[in-house]
Write a protein that binds this ligand. Structure first.
Ligand SMILES: Cc1ncc(C[n+]2csc(CCOP(=O)(O)OP(=O)(O)O)c2C)c(N)n1
Ligand SMILES: [Mg+2]
Length: 291
């Protein structure tokens, strides 16, 4: 431990992840653009820790980000990044992956981005088992545009567009991913950063469409409107509502109401990825493979 009071600025050791967070995209400086209590900084740390642990060359892991507050995450992670049309991050990543099978795109999307305007792309990316990693920044709200309710806003929650409580039922991103055939599916919250880092490592290493639903606080538009005014209140809520998959299996539907089920839901290695199937067709067409 460094005693900050008695240590001059020069003696404070550099944070091991500083070089990653101040990558060339940031022109070597650190700017904090997130609201106080936002979980996106924690997620950036988890992704950077996963990169360090895997000892990977970030150039081979381009980040394709959607439109929203989550887009800014790419500035805190090393490697190339593309900020693309709202909802279209998955098709861009699919194209990049098909054009260059050496790279594994990491798609960073928001709940509005991925499950509203981009739902169809999510469905088909999972169905095709494209070899990409999709990280859903699920803050239960449209953050950037001022706090409208999103497809994952829990029923009854207050938002700018549901001041008396959201009457719509929310989408369970994990269930949707399962239905569409994603081959790696997990859900963690920013209250479990170590387990989230482990899942990101697995998702990056997974061959196929890997998906993590990351529940993260938006204090400005979700917490503030839902009696969780301080980040500590939000984290208490996240922790007390998280139920591991193992425990959830023994609980009734009624008991699981408004709970966040966390854990690894699916890991399949027996499904071929989109490019492999095309490779077989190319070989066949050129008379090199089995007929
Ligand atoms: C085609 C199109 N429609 C709408 C918008 C406006 N818009 C920008 S960000 C956003 C929602 C962002 O919510 P989310 O994806 O949850 O990201 P967050 O800000 O919460 O990280 C919307 C609707 C847009 N930029 N482009
Ligand atoms: Mg959002």
């Amino acid at each position: 431990m460094v005693n900050l009071k008695s240590t001059s600025k020069e003696e404070i050791p550099e944070h091991p992840l500083l070089k990653l967070t101040t990558s060339s995209k940031m022109l070597g400086s650190y700017i904090n653009f997130f609201c106080p209590g936002c979980g996106y900084g924690i997620i950036a740390q988890c992704i950077n820790r996963a990169f360090v642990k895997l000892k990977i060359d970030p150039i081979k892991y381009p980040q394709i980000v959607g439109i929203g507050c989550h887009s800014l995450l790419a500035f805190l992670i090393p490697g190339p990044a593309m900020m693309v049309l709202h909802g279209r991050a998955i098709p861009f990543a699919t194209g990049i992956r098909l054009a260059n099978p050496e790279v594994k795109p990491i798609v960073i999307v928001g709940d509005g981005d991925c499950l509203s305007i981009g739902t169809n792309h999510f469905v088909h990316g999972a169905r095709r088992n494209v070899n990409i990693t999709v990280l859903l920044m699920n803050n239960l709200i449209y953050g950037m545009t001022g706090g409208q309710s999103s497809p994952t806003t829990p029923t009854g929650s207050r938002t700018r567009t549901s001041v008396y409580g959201c009457v719509e039922r929310s989408i369970d991103a994990v269930e949707l991913a399962k239905t569409c055939g994603a081959t790696y599916i997990a859900r963690w919250t920013t209250a479990q950063p170590r387990l989230l880092t482990k899942a990101i490592i697995e998702a990056i290493q997974h061959k196929g469409f890997s998906f993590i639903d990351i529940i993260t606080p938006c204090m400005t538009y979700f917490g503030r409107f839902n009696r969780k005014a301080k980040p500590a209140d939000m984290y208490r809520w996240l922790k007390s509502n998280s139920v591991s998959l193992h425990h959830a299996e023994k609980m009734s539907v009624e008991e699981l109401k408004s709970k966040i089920i966390i854990g690894k839901f699916v890991e399949r290695k027996d499904v071929s990825i989109l490019y492999e199937e095309y490779e077989k067709i190319f070989k066949r067409a050129q008379g090199r493979g089995e007929s």
